[in-house]
Design a protein around this ligand. Structure first.
Ligand code: NVA
Length: 231
């Protein structure tokens, strides 16, 4: 925002009256008198929606437990840069059917590309998001529990942490459930040799991705990270 000539004010809950139980509906109607847009990173999606319902200015989701749209928009920019276009695109998601996976589903249904999702049983994406995508009749979204099958033919291999924010207490159980869902050189061998590797970071080397793959020639994760700034 500074680079674009604007000013940004960073506020945690402690810096606002939220910490004193002010309703979000009130905060929204105060902030809209002072500023031009609200960018919110929080846990509950309902909080972003409540702000958006009451504020007349744009409210941007910068990560919730439900979705991470800005991340996936930046990822699409990265794919366009690396691959030249988004035509006939196939993206393979390996791991948790989490907030970032949900945003990939929204993107696939909006833009009409193929998304294969390899998630362990019980960790598939939100059924409501999948149903919404189905109702759009655009793109192909396939749940393929076998990771090697899911990555065969993919242009982009994507993974994310096994335990997202708020799930830290489940980390141990998740490590077991996800052990066959690691982006490692064996899985890379099942994918096209020109596929690019993306990860929204922070990466947990040795869990969802190996050091070798993250630092390998197919990885575009730091160009991807830069594109979050531009996006
Ligand atoms: N799925 C991760 C994304 C972090 C950018 C999380 O929610 O923690």
């Amino acid at each position: 925002i500074y680079r674009l000539g604007g000013q940004a004010i960073f506020m945690t809950a402690q810096d606002t009256q939220i910490s004193r139980k002010e309703p979000l509906a009130d905060m929204a109607r105060v902030l809209e008198r002072y500023i031009d847009a609200i960018v919110v990173r929080t846990y509950g999606q309902e909080e972003v929606e409540e702000l958006a319902r009451f504020a007349s200015i744009p409210v941007i989701n910068a990560l919730t437990d439900h979705s991470h749209p800005c991340q996936v928009l930046a990822d699409l920019l990265t794919i366009q840069e690396k691959r030249g276009s988004l035509e006939n695109l196939t993206v393979a998601w390996v791991g948790d059917g989490n907030n970032v996976a949900n945003s990939w589903i929204f993107a696939a249904a909006r833009l009409g590309f193929t998304l294969t999702l390899a998630c362990p049983p019980g960790y598939e994406p939100d059924p409501q998001v999948l149903a919404w995508a189905e109702s759009q009749g655009n793109g192909r979204i396939l749940l393929i529990p076998d990771a090697a099958q899911a990555v065969a033919g993919a242009d982009v291999l994507y993974t994310d942490v096994w335990a997202s924010m708020g799930q830290e207490a489940e980390a141990e159980r998740r490590r077991k459930a996800f052990e066959n869902y690691q982006l490692n050189s064996e899985l890379m061998a099942a994918a096209p040799s020109n596929a690019i590797v993306l990860h929204c970071l922070p990466a947990h080397r040795g869990e969802e991705i190996t050091e070798e793959v993250l630092e390998g020639p197919q990885s575009a994760v730091f160009d991807q990270a830069e594109n979050r700034l531009h996006l």
